[in-house]
Design a protein around this ligand. Structure first.
Ligand code: COM
Length: 504
């Protein structure tokens, strides 16, 4: 049966990219149709960003309760029965359904975008079949997302091997978890599981969070060490062992065979784009299985676009949604291009979060030579800290980094765990070239900081903004303290502690 209408575009996949693209297309006056089998919004509210926001909050609560238990006015809290599986159950029961309903209501009712529900089959670039019904479109937009990359190692299919997709599905609390892959997903998962009395070890073949600023990495890994989360870099996983279920991970480390007993393994070595449904159309596929697109999200086949994770990295929701928007504009006859400059990055590391945009210090030094750092805390402990006069365990390192409740509380209770902010400035032009933060609540500012970087914002302009003190990232007031310098030198003694927190 042929559908009555011909659509301007069939959006194949209603995830973040397809849903936003189709909505934008409709707003531009086009006739879009989304084809979606499961949920509008894709994996986001099932197992990715929305779920991770929720689960990070649960992990933050658990970690903070542990930290504050019995201190000051906090009662002693018994954390022996806390459960990551129970937290996941709450999300399954409430979060997934509530988000699915909201996405459906917003897309179909509020935005008036038509959805063909069911497993779609691409017949040709103008024809898609859903539940036996044929839909015709002038353009086809592939937004089929990505999946976890799975290595071909023995034991990979054993029960107990999970990926981020299985996280909300967990029914039982593991005791020991090995996380294979120390990228953004793996490091975030380590911080999320550890507060639930789960012993976590991260095994990374190369370098954890390789693109992040050294100080941010050090901050995260110093905190992991304190929390008992072990990290190995340069370790080569050979096998997952177990009789009927996961029992250990075997790896080569510095020429030795090591075995890590565990009852769960989280695989997080990367993402693979789901490009397969588009291959019969003759679209070009890249080395990492991504559909190759130009700046306008066009594939090599006229009238066929690819958006979101299906078109490869950066794997970031804003990019997915913006690729949808750019494809919509081009379908509507504009000549729009993606802008990949100054894309921020973010990790949940409950009870905090890390965010960055622009250059790392190392990259900035390579490009600009001597750069100025505007950061807190700014260096080793003062000579005369007498920490016990403040509070047992209070390290008195530099100034507090204040965000929301977590960071100020962490300052007083958390043995210097409250955060780090760092802006990098080219002293000649006085322009910022990078912003970095570990703390709580700063990610909101980074949405706008990325734009300020793009337009070449200077310390002098920042010094003129109106801060609402206490704020999550301090960049305005810290910049104002030095903006009066004719020759910009920044603060004195800007050395951050560098130690080795990782097993290498
Ligand atoms: C968010 C998914 S849960 S989407 O990007 O709004 O579609």
């Amino acid at each position: 049966m042929v559908g009555e209408k011909e659509y301007d575009a069939i959006w194949f996949g209603g995830g973040a990219a397809g849903r936003f693209g189709a909505a934008f297309h409709k707003a531009l006056g086009g006739k879009p149709l989304i084809v979606e089998e499961h949920h509008l919004g894709g994996e986001c509210h099932v197992c990715r960003c929305a779920f991770e926001n929720f689960f990070s909050d649960q992990a933050s609560m658990a970690e903070l309760m542990r930290l504050y238990s019995g201190k000051s006015w906090y009662p002693k809290i018994d954390l022996s029965n806390i459960s990551a599986a129970k937290a996941a159950e709450l999300y399954r029961e409430v979060g997934q359904r509530a988000f699915a309903d909201t996405m459906k209501h917003q897309t179909e009712k509020q935005l008036g975008v038509e959805v063909a529900w069911g497993k779609g089959k691409i017949i040709d670039k103008n024809t898609v079949e859903v539940n036996g019904k044929i839909y015709k479109g002038k353009n086809l937009v592939i937004g089929t997302g990505s999946r976890p990359t799975m290595p071909n190692i023995p034991g990979i299919n054993l029960p107990g091997v999970m990926t981020y997709i299985d996280h909300p599905e967990m029914r039982k609390d593991p005791k020991k978890m090995v996380i294979i892959g120390g990228g953004k997903i793996g490091i975030g998962k380590a911080a999320m599981f550890a507060p639930f009395n789960i012993e976590v070890t991260v095994l990374e073949k190369y370098t954890c969070l390789p693109k992040w600023d050294r100080d941010i990495r050090n901050f995260i890994f110093r905190d992991f060490k304190r929390r008992g989360i072990k990290i190995y870099e340069g370790i080569d996983v050979e096998e997952i062992k177990g009789k009927g279920k996961v029992e250990s991970v075997v790896a080569q480390f510095n020429g030795e065979t090591m075995e890590f007993p565990c009852d769960a393994v989280m695989m997080s070595i990367g993402l693979t784009p789901n490009s397969e449904p588009a291959i019969p159309l003759g679209v070009k596929i890249g080395k990492t299985n991504e559909i190759i697109i130009d700046e306008g999200c066009r594939t090599n086949v006229p009238g066929v676009y690819a958006i979101g994770d299906a078109a490869g990295p950066p794997y970031f929701m804003a990019i997915a949604r913006k690729r949808g928007m750019i494809a919509a504009k081009n379908i509507a006859g504009e000549d729009a291009k993606m802008d990949y400059s100054f894309v921020p990055d973010h990790i949940y590391i409950p009870p905090l979060e890390a965010t960055c945009v622009g250059l790392t210090e190392a990259e900035a030094r390579e490009k600009y030579g001597d750069v100025v750092l505007i950061q807190v805390p700014w260096g080793p402990k003062p000579e005369d800290p007498k920490p016990e006069e403040y509070y047992p365990g209070f390290e008195n390192q530099g100034l507090p980094v204040c965000g929301r409740m977590h960071t100020l509380n962490l300052l007083f209770y958390g043995q210097n765990r409250n955060g780090l902010v760092k802006a990098i400035v080219d002293p000649k032009s006085r322009k910022y070239v990078g912003f970095h933060s570990v703390g709580d609540g700063a990610k909101t500012a980074f949405q706008y900081l990325s734009y300020l970087l793009k337009i070449g914002w200077t310390v002098d302009q920042m010094a003129n903004l109106h801060e609402i003190f206490l704020n999550a990232e301090h960049f305005i007031q810290l910049s104002r303290l030095v903006a009066g310098q004719k020759e910009l030198k920044g603060f004195a003694a800007q050395v951050y502690l560098e130690e080795d927190y990782i097993c290498r």
